[in-house]
Design a protein around this ligand. Structure first.
Ligand SMILES: Nc1nc2c(c(=O)[nH]1)N[C@H]1C(S)=C(S)[C@@H](COP(=O)(O)OP(=O)(O)OC[C@H]3O[C@@H](n4cnc5c(=O)[nH]c(N)nc54)[C@H](O)[C@@H]3O)O[C@H]1N2
Ligand SMILES: Nc1nc2c(c(=O)[nH]1)N[C@H]1C(S)=C(S)[C@@H](COP(=O)(O)OP(=O)(O)OC[C@H]3O[C@@H](n4cnc5c(=O)[nH]c(N)nc54)[C@H](O)[C@@H]3O)O[C@H]1N2
Ligand SMILES: [Mo]
Length: 628
């Protein structure tokens, strides 16, 4: 008998889709978009979400706890696994104090129940964790600098925009449920779509017009556009009313060398003029900013300037104008269920691997959950060295990830279909989604809430995270801040930072030196990595890895090196050689090469660094390239 459930996709994707799950038997499920959910109206979900139909029961699922000894991996009982882990934690706390326990959580599942485990480390007296994220913290920091908080652009306000500018956002690949909305706006309101990119993409194809910019120079372009708006008198007349530090900002712009900056962006004067005219002609413009342009040392400054540009183009007075990026998907998570740690140490996510051996107190145990930094964080070799410096490492995952392989203990987790009730938010839309348990986990896999409740018991702490999850469920269901729309779909009150009546003032930058920071030498190519519609982040399930990685290169850089399309090439950085196949991309400029992120070799070539805002500037990595 077919049984239906409401669930939601756990992936770290802006779309966060509510899903209808049909369970055909204990092992087989069919997934589609929840027809009652406004954003998946036609029942459509993307291919990566759909693949959970196989992933949930794939042979790759971990089914038993595994421990590593000199001979390799061995299955052990939960009881022994928990006892071993508890012992290591106790030893760490008694020798170095609670900060010697490192907890690292990533974006593998956005479900709220995955956040409850921190209560255990709070109750132990504290912990160490990464500061910033591998994702959007640099851009987010730039927005925060302007506002003092993370602004929200409500998707609903797009309907007031006349122009949508995908500024380094590859929405067609990475944000598919936005497209029907834009298509409708085009038809009904004649909305114009532009894109600023470093190469042709499916999003530039979707746009009416696109311009190619040099990687890492978006801040310079934004500053030039601001300068021009002010000097030509086109700036929104009342922009100063909303600005803090207007004079400092104007002075900083006056001091800029226009010719040099334009050269830096790689744009010629006529192209700059077209961009400028497009912005003026299509006000109010929603600047849909991407993650790519903030993976540079200048990422935070760039985003700060995008706010300034929006202001000068009429944001706050013109509904629909503003910068669309991410927002806190955990806003509705009841943090009181976790509590505040008495002490907490935060180490930069971009380069902790370089410094871990020098930390005091020393890191003695590490927990990795919902993350795969061995693959997804910059500097593969540096990560492995850091791991070798930590005496006891635990990984909780649903599969044997690259990170799990570097740990001492690997624990099998239940996935979203196998636990619940649970909740998640979105970093785009304004719905809160609730999911139900559909089936049991495979083998002995357990929900994280159960795993940490067992660990707490062993450590003599009294906590029941299964119960906490149910308390969270009651709290969210009965919260006066949320309103149920249909089964599993709730909306919550959220103010749009760009459109609310309350007078918001943004702080404008007066130091623009960061936007032209460069550290490149002429023989090397900048390595830019991009997300793909095929899979999410490092989770390539069902896609697999190409035998020979593709390396995209401009015609000129290929010619300079005697490389032809489809030639085998070697990419080298930091002593690591990668064999790849060259794909000449005539839409790229010279000076950089591009690879798809999410494959294990990409971050072997990237450099661990921290950018302002505690981001990871993946694109400040440089490689040499030659024909094989
Ligand atoms: N299918 C799918 N969807 C996803 C993801 C996924 O892996 N797969 N990941 C999710 C997550 S976690 C994130 S953070 C988002 C990422 O979403 P996006 O921001 O759309 O993706 P990216 O590929 O990181 O970057 C977007 C574009 O920036 C361009 N770019 C790089 N450098 C520059 C630059 O200096 N200037 C300009 N103007 N453009 C530049 C790249 O060519 C790329 O096409 O997608 C989310 N959605
Ligand atoms: N070079 C380069 N590197 C990048 C990027 C880039 O553009 N270029 N993009 C960056 C970005 S934007 C992001 S967001 C990060 C993402 O990096 P991570 O946060 O590491 O995310 P994932 O690769 O999705 O890995 C998540 C892990 O969680 C596991 N998992 C899935 N569901 C569950 C669950 O329910 N419980 C547990 N315990 N585990 C689960 C998966 O099997 C997987 O091993 O990568 C970053 N890395
Ligand atoms: Mo991300």
């Amino acid at each position: 008998m077919v049984k239906s459930f409401i669930s939601c996709c756990p992936y770290d994707c802006p779309d966060s889709c509510s899903m209808l799950v049909e369970r055909l038997d204990g092992l087989t499920v069919k997934l589609k978009g929840n027809p009652q959910f406004p954003l998946t109206g036609g029942g459509w979900i993307c291919k990566k979400g759909k693949r959970w139909e196989e992933r949930v029961r794939s042979p790759r699922r971990l089914k038993l706890p595994l421990v590593r000894d000199a001979a390799g991996w061995k299955e052990i009982s939960w009881e022994r696994a928990i006892a071993l882990w508890a012992h290591q934690i106790q030893e760490a706390v008694s020798s170095e104090g609670p900060l010697s326990n490192f907890v690292y959580q990533g974006a593998g599942s956005l479900y709220y129940s995955k956040k409850l485990f921190k209560k255990l480390f709070v109750d132990l007296g504290g912990y160490t964790e990464p500061r910033g994220s591998l994702c959007g913290s640099a851009g987010g920091a730039g927005l925060k600098k302007a506002f003092g908080f993370t602004p929200v652009y409500k998707p609903d306000n797009l309907k007031h925009a006349r122009g949508v500018l995908f500024w380094g956002r590859n929405a067609v690949e990475t944000h598919p449920h936005l497209l029907p909305i834009i298509r409708e706006l085009r038809i009904k309101k004649d909305v114009k779509v532009g894109a600023l990119e470093i190469r042709r993409t499916s999003t530039t194809d979707f746009a009416d017009v696109w311009w190619r910019i040099r990687p890492g120079s978006d801040g310079a372009l934004a500053a030039l556009l601001c300068k021009r708006l002010l000097e030509s008198g086109d700036a929104w007349p009342s922009w100063r009313k909303r600005a803090k530090n207007a004079d400092g900002f104007q002075e900083a712009l006056e001091g800029l060398n226009e010719g040099k900056l334009l050269e830096f962006t790689g744009l010629d004067k006529p192209t700059f003029e077209t961009i400028y005219s497009w912005l003026l002609a299509n006000r109010p413009v929603a600047i849909y900013a991407g993650y790519g342009p903030q993976r540079y040392m200048s990422g935070s400054s760039t985003f700060h300037l995008l706010v300034a540009l929006s202001l000068l183009l009429g944001a706050f007075d013109l509904r629909g104008a503003g910068v669309v990026f991410g927002k806190d998907e955990d806003r509705m998570f009841p943090v009181e269920l976790v509590g505040v740690p008495p002490v907490r140490r935060r180490v930069p996510i971009g380069d902790w691997v370089l410094n871990v051996s020098r930390y005091s107190p020393k890191i003695k145990t590490a927990l990795f959950t919902c993350c795969n930094p061995a693959k997804q964080s910059p500097g593969g070799e540096a990560f492995r060295r850091a791991m070798a410096d930590i005496s006891f490492k635990v990984c909780i995952d649903i599969e044997m990830s690259e990170t799990a392989k570097l740990c001492d203990l690997v624990l099998p987790a239940a996935c979203f279909l196998e636990e619940g009730p649970d909740w998640l938010g979105s970093w785009w839309h304004g719905y809160l989604l609730r999911s139900e348990k559909v089936m049991d986990p495979p083998g002995e896999a357990l929900p994280e809430t159960t795993i940490f409740t067992l660990l707490a018991q062993k450590l003599g702490l009294s906590m029941d995270l299964e119960k906490a999850r149910n308390v969270m469920d009651q709290m969210l269901k009965s919260s006066p801040l949320v309103k149920q729309i249909s089964k599993g779909v709730y909306s919550f009150k959220e103010e749009d930072t760009w459109c609310e009546k309350k007078a918001i003032e943004v702080f404008l930058p007066d130091d623009l030196t960061a936007i032209t920071e460069e550290n490149k030498s002429s023989e090397t190519l900048r390595l830019v990595s991009v997300h793909s519609s095929e899979f999410i982040n490092g989770q390539t399930f069902g896609v697999g890895e190409p035998e020979v990685p593709e390396i995209f290169l401009s015609e000129k850089d290929a010619l300079d090196r005697g490389i032809k399309d489809n030639d085998l090439v070697v990419l080298t950085a930091k002593g690591f050689d990668l064999k790849g196949v060259c794909r000449i991309d005539k839409t790229m400029n010279s000076g950089y090469c591009i690879m798809v992120q999410g494959y294990p070799w990409v971050n072997e070539l990237t450099t661990p660094r921290v950018s302002p805002g505690y981001g990871a500037p993946f694109h400040e990595s440089f490689v040499t390239l030659r024909r094989l």
